[in-house]
Design a protein around this ligand. Structure first.
Ligand SMILES: C[S@@+](CC[C@H](N)C(=O)[O-])C[C@H]1O[C@@H](n2cnc3c(N)ncnc32)[C@H](O)[C@@H]1O
Length: 259
């Protein structure tokens, strides 16, 4: 049966990433299994209803600043953008996620737009910062300020805030400062996130299965597999999807050679 956002949310006890029975038109156009990663080519809103057993989401949603992605416009009317984000995050919650970590724009946080896009009842329990080393520019195309730092929002389902690691993951958690360049290599994506930043975020979590509904070049996937976790990724653009597959496969090969 197709899971809808009205169904009872899956708990983290659910079998990691058990696919739901597929029925219809919204089937992802391609699915790749690479080691412990399952990668879906498609619109995350259509893919997520077929997934269960996600524990946490580590992601970097489109910012709606007119970024020139290959096949996503990134310029929705503001209200629609926030409603769409909420719908996607609700779908993650329904797929079992109880924690949600994502980089976002400080100005949106300052303007109080964050609660509007979280799943109903969820709260932010931590706000961290990623300080970039480079000047980021002054303005995005849509007149949003560009940032030399970005908030990392850590939200959870009520009662599910968890910190992993020594001292509750406190070491280097609140602000990621040194040696985290804005970009750290080219995997054919215009706004690939810095791997060392995403690695750090992934290692704050004790979750077994991590998802990224907007995986781009697959940075979260590389970090999750390195940390010994399962990864579920989704990307709408076929070119970026291809890059993510190649990158995750290369990283898996590297890990095998190193072990
Ligand atoms: C900010 S980028 C993510 C970059 C990624 N963190 C990385 O390191 O490469 C957002 C990505 O979301 C993708 N995207 C936009 N709408 C989507 C949708 N409905 N479903 C899945 N992916 C989507 C875009 O094509 C873009 O690659």
């Amino acid at each position: 049966m197709k899971l809808t956002t009205k169904s009872r949310p899956q708990t983290s006890d659910a079998k990691p990433h058990a696919p739901k029975r597929r029925t219809d038109r919204s089937r992802p156009s391609r699915i790749e299994h690479i080691g412990d990663a399952t990668l879906y080519l498609g619109d995350c809103l259509q893919v997520l209803p077929f997934i269960a057993g996600i524990n946490a989401v580590v992601t970097d949603p489109p910012y709606n600043v007119g970024y020139r992605y290959a096949s996503y416009p990134d310029n929705l009317p503001p209200d629609l953008y926030l409603a769409w984000l909420k719908q996607c995050f609700e779908a993650c919650a329904t797929a079992g996620a109880s924690q949600l970590l994502f980089t976002w724009q400080g100005i949106r946080v300052a303007n109080g737009e964050l609660p509007v896009c979280l799943p109903t009842g969820w709260t932010v329990h931590h706000l961290c910062a990623w300080m970039k080393r480079e000047f980021a520019g002054d303005r995005w195309g849509s007149n949003h300020p560009a940032y030399a730092w970005e908030p990392i929002i850590w939200a959870s389902r009520p009662g599910c805030a968890r910190y992993a690691g020594p001292r509750g993951g406190h070491a280097a958690r609140d602000a990621l400062l040194a040696n985290h360049h804005r970009h750290d290599g080219d995997w054919g994506h215009p706004c690939k996130k810095t791997l060392s930043v995403v690695r750090t975020i992934v290692n704050w979590l004790d979750s077994e299965a991590i998802a990224d509904p907007w995986m781009g070049s697959g940075t979260t996937g590389v970090a999750a597999l390195e940390a010994g976790k399962k990864f579920i990724g989704c990307e709408i653009d076929p070119g970026y999807f291809e890059r993510a597959c190649e990158r995750i496969a290369a990283s898996q090969k590297q890990m095998r050679l190193g072990s």
